[in-house]
Design a protein around this ligand. Structure first.
Ligand SMILES: O=C(O)CCC(=O)C(=O)O
Ligand SMILES: [Fe+2]
Length: 389
């Protein structure tokens, strides 16, 4: 249909007034219009409309040529504005979703993960998706904070562990199965990393009358672990993070220096994985910690072993940061995700189209049930990231 309309439009654009009449008499279309300009506008509207009502990226990409060819023929203001809006919306979606790093950039990312234990990839997640998730999760964070002592807080009550709502409405593959993130984790950990942790940390605004509290510097790998990469955390802040709203303090290069012997606090305790103070003092003299500004739309890839600390949020707005973990394919961790079953077709489609690139062990719940239980999970250190020995 698209090609048919385009062909007719081209014939009509170039038709002389004589042959325009002949073309009309052939009744090749159903538009009831009088002038050539009106007819061309009708063709242009349908060509653009067909592209945008079919929401498949491949169709939209293929339609960019015809759209740019015929858009100038749309004279009415309302559809012109709608076309601009649709084009701007797919700018981020198509560019980002079909993106992969070239080999030089992938090498840079892999090098930084090996050398520093962390790399930040900017502009890889559409802001519209982050905004939708942020609205819901900031609201949920408040609910969890209100549980006080019984809530899933990490080290202190200013940092809440919380899952994203595990149903299709909030499952954006641009976030949860981001192709660039998977490209990087696969390059470091091996093909088809296992995604078995899907949660978030929320730095809460300091309550009135309370002191802003920071977490102790810690490693999330609070157990005896391999001395080579085995797990990478994907941190996706839902808003730009800064030292003011609690950007995580990170200690670059500490992932490969020491293991569990540097830590205090047994696994399972609320405050496990704390790095020994003397070791921190020594490391600070070599490479002091940093609290980077991380632009909204970025994904941070962090070695699970890296020393870091959640920091106080001094603003009035909650800072939610997703934390997904990809484990190496050979790593024998038994964790499984719990998702609502309306996410299954999304993952199946990604897999069928070769876009998933991950093993995703899931216990499927009825989606209603999933929405009823996702806020009842544990604090961060209650999860066991160790493997079978
Ligand atoms: O929220 C953050 O910035 C980091 C939190 C964290 O590291 C943790 O709770 O283990
Ligand atoms: Fe942590």
């Amino acid at each position: 249909m698209h090609y048919y309309l385009i062909t007719l439009m081209i014939l009509n654009i170039h038709a002389s007034s004589e042959s325009f009449k002949v073309l009309q008499s052939l009744r090749l279309h159903e538009y009831d219009v009088k002038s050539k300009d009106e007819l061309l506008e009708a063709f242009a509207l349908d060509i653009c409309g067909i592209a945008f009502t079919n929401k498949t990226p491949s169709v939209i990409v293929n339609a960019f040529g015809p759209i740019s060819y015929c858009a100038t023929l749309i004279r009415t203001e309302a559809p012109r504005q709608e076309l601009t809006r649709q084009l701007l919306a797919c700018k981020s979606n198509i560019e980002i979703e079909s993106l992969a790093l070239n080999s030089r950039n992938l090498e840079t990312a892999v090098r930084h993960i090996h050398e520093d234990g962390l790399v930040i990839i900017e502009d890889v997640v559409p802001h519209e998706h982050l905004d939708i998730l942020n609205q819901k999760m900031a609201h949920d964070a408040q609910i969890l904070q209100n549980r006080g002592e019984k809530g899933p807080f990490n080290y202190n009550k200013g940092n809440i562990q919380q899952d994203a709502p595990p149903v299709a409405k909030y499952f954006f593959s641009s976030i949860f199965a981001n192709p660039i993130a998977t490209q990087i984790t696969s390059a470091v950990l091996g093909p088809r990393p296992k995604w078995t942790f899907c949660s978030a940390n929320s730095a809460m605004p300091t309550l009135s009358g309370e002191k802003p509290l920071r977490q102790p510097v810690h490693s999330d790998a609070d157990f005896t672990h391999p001395a080579h990469p085995f797990a990478l955390v994907l941190n996706v802040p839902l808003v730009t993070t800064t030292p003011e709203n609690g950007s995580t303090e990170i200690w670059l290069g500490t992932h490969s220096k020491m293991g569990a012997e540097a830590q205090e606090g047994a696994h399972g305790e609320r405050a496990s994985g704390r790095i020994n103070e003397e070791l921190l003092r020594r490391r600070q003299e070599v490479v002091p910690p940093v609290q980077p500004v991380i632009k909204k739309g970025s994904i941070v890839v962090r070695d699970l072993r890296l020393w870091h600390a959640g920091m106080p949020n001094l603003t009035a707005d909650i800072r939610v940061m997703l934390a997904l973990i990809h484990f190496a394919p050979w790593y024998r961790n038994k964790m499984r995700l719990q998702f609502g079953d309306d996410i299954k077709p999304i993952l199946d489609t990604l897999e069928r189209e070769g876009k998933l690139g991950l093993e995703v062990p899931v216990d499927w719940l009825n989606s209603k049930e999933a929405m009823g239980s996702y806020l009842d999970r544990g604090f961060g250190n209650s999860y066991d990231f160790d493997q079978e020995h």
